[in-house]
Structure formats: C-alpha cells, structure tokens
Design a protein around this ligand. Sequence first.
Ligand code: HMH
Length: 228
Amino acid sequence: MEEERSGGGATAPTATWLIKHFSSYSRATRHPFILGICDGTVDFSSFKRWLAQDYIFVREFVPFVANVLLKACKQSDDISDMETILGGIASLSDEISWFKNEASKWDVHLANVAPLKENIEYCRFLQSFGSPEIDYTVAITAFWAIETVYQNSFSLCIQSDSKTPVELMETCQRWGNAGFEQYCKSLQKIADRRLEKAPSNIVEEAQEVFVRVLEHEINFWNMSSSGC
Ligand code: HMH
C-alpha cells in the first residue's frame, strides 16, 4: 500500500492505521456482499435489505455529521474544515432523496422498515458522538473512516473488469465516483492534521474509534447479506 506522507516526513496517522488494521479494513471493504456485486452473483433481496437499512442509517448519519460540524466550529484551528463538513451535509440531503427514489424503483416501502440489530448498534454508536466530551479530532476521524469504507468498497464495483449488474451501477457510482474519493481524501487530510497535533490519549481514542467503525461496517454488510 502506498504510504501517505505528512508534512513533517513521518507517516501520517491514518496511513499507519490502515496498515496496522489492514485485515479488518479488508474485511470491511472487500466483504462478500461487495464482491458479490462485483462478480454479479449478489442476491437482489440482500441488496434491497441493504438499501432499506442504509436509508435508516443515513437519516441517523445527518445528526452525526451535524455534531461533527458543531465540534469543528468550536474547536477547529482551520476555517476550511467547516466548509468541507458542510459540503458533506449538503450531499446527504441529495442522498436521502436518492434513497427514496431508488427504494420506489425496487418496490421497497421505507416507511414499513424497522432497523435490524446491527443497524441499531451502529446508530447508537453514531449517537454517542453527541456527547460534548468527545473531541473534534476523534469525531472527524470517525467521519473519515465511515465515508472511506463505502468509497473503497463501491469503487471496486465500478472498475472496468467488474461484472456489476446494470441495476446496481448507479448505487456503486454514488460512493465509488472520483468526486467522492476526493471528498474522502479531504476528510483524511483534516483528520491527519488534527491527529498530528493531538495529545496521545486523543490519538489512542481516535484509533479505537477507527477500529470500531470497521467492526460496525463489517456487521452491517453481514446483516445485509444474511436472512431473508
Ligand atoms: C453503513 N456506512 C454505512 N452507510 C453509509 N451510507 C456510509 C457508510 C457512507 O455514507
């Protein structure tokens, strides 16, 4: 893996973690659900389950990102952080409309969907960032990790050698496109800038949060793949 270099020449914290936790990161970004989309063997009922559950997740993601924004406004040393995060909130508005439209195409009735256990647990984790005790550095790290897992997962499905079913291409483009990749890189840059200045207890807390995001993402894919 290419190492991201930070200003001082040392390896950036997030790049170090991606190497250290590569096994979990791969399980989150190369999950059988994603590999099934890529090779065209995915079960459409699993896709529909993912779609409905992710709509619930994204609705909970909005207040999470709003909390990250609030922490940035209070704690950030760089005014451009707020603009990047605000851009993220703006795209979530479009994303909610996209989910509603996509669900109607697949005949999924979002109003009748109840969140499954793994989703409830992930949403509870997101809600915990509402606490003022959680530092901005830790919150922006979580935000970067959550977005990056989707970017890295879905970008695989839009590669020219993938056999992604045409019906799923729009979904994969949504998180796999180059613009979303750039946005994830800007979140990573913010996280690394903050982590490089942070005391060791905050860096440690951020690393734990990164690992927990990977676990929640793996559970979310497992939830989407299983059952009926
Ligand atoms: C579960 N993780 C999950 N859903 C999403 N939509 C994202 C990450 C990215 O926004």
